[in-house]
Design a protein around this ligand. Structure first.
Ligand SMILES: Cc1cc2nc3c(=O)[nH]c(=O)nc-3n(C[C@H](O)[C@H](O)[C@H](O)COP(=O)(O)O)c2cc1C
Length: 147
């Protein structure tokens, strides 16, 4: 079973709620999962096994404020994540030109650091997904068996 750090990027609470539910679901599936609501570099970058990023987008395609310090620290300190696996749940709204850009930036950063993606990212478009919790739960079911 995997040790999973669930990294949250949220302004208004949607991504936070989904990340909370995903953490509980991963625990029920037998994994060790820790929710990081205000993730710090130390919490995320020291000996990680699996990182699950669950983030919304804010502003004009930006990472939420609570996730920005981690994004900046990872970008500048460039930890070696070649032994790390990761997944991504990105919330957004396709009426913005910068749809889910915060999630896409995190995805690119994890790739740059050498982390290995597990499965495909989940993009939750609030214009098209009436039940984001259900979409995330189904994705976690499939994602967790790949760990
Ligand atoms: C001020 C504001 C700016 C936003 N900017 C974007 C954006 O650039 N791209 C996008 O895909 N969604 C954007 N959104 C939509 C949010 O990402 C979406 O509503 C998400 O579910 C919010 O999650 P949160 O409650 O965890 O913050 C924006 C929402 C607000 C209120």
């Amino acid at each position: 079973m995997a040790e999973i750090r669930v990294v949250v990027g949220s302004t208004y609470g949607n991504a936070s709620l989904i990340a909370d539910d995903c953490t509980d679901q991963l625990k029920r599936l037998g994994h060790q999962a820790t929710l990081l609501s205000n993730p710090t570099y130390e919490q995320v970058a020291l000996n990680p096994d699996v990182i699950l990023i669950c983030t919304a987008t804010i502003g004009q395609g930006e990472v939420p404020v609570n996730l920005q310090p981690l994004y900046d620290d990872l970008s500048s300190r460039q930890p070696d994540f070649s032994g790390v696996r990761f997944g991504l749940i990105a919330l957004g709204d396709s009426s913005y030109e910068t749809f889910a850009e915060g999630g896409k930036q995190m995805n690119e950063l994890m790739h740059d650091l050498g982390a290995k993606p597990v499965g495909q990212p989940l993009f939750i478009d609030s214009c098209e997904t009436p039940d984001p919790d259900e979409a995330a739960a189904q994705w976690i079911d499939q994602w967790s068996v790949k760990l």
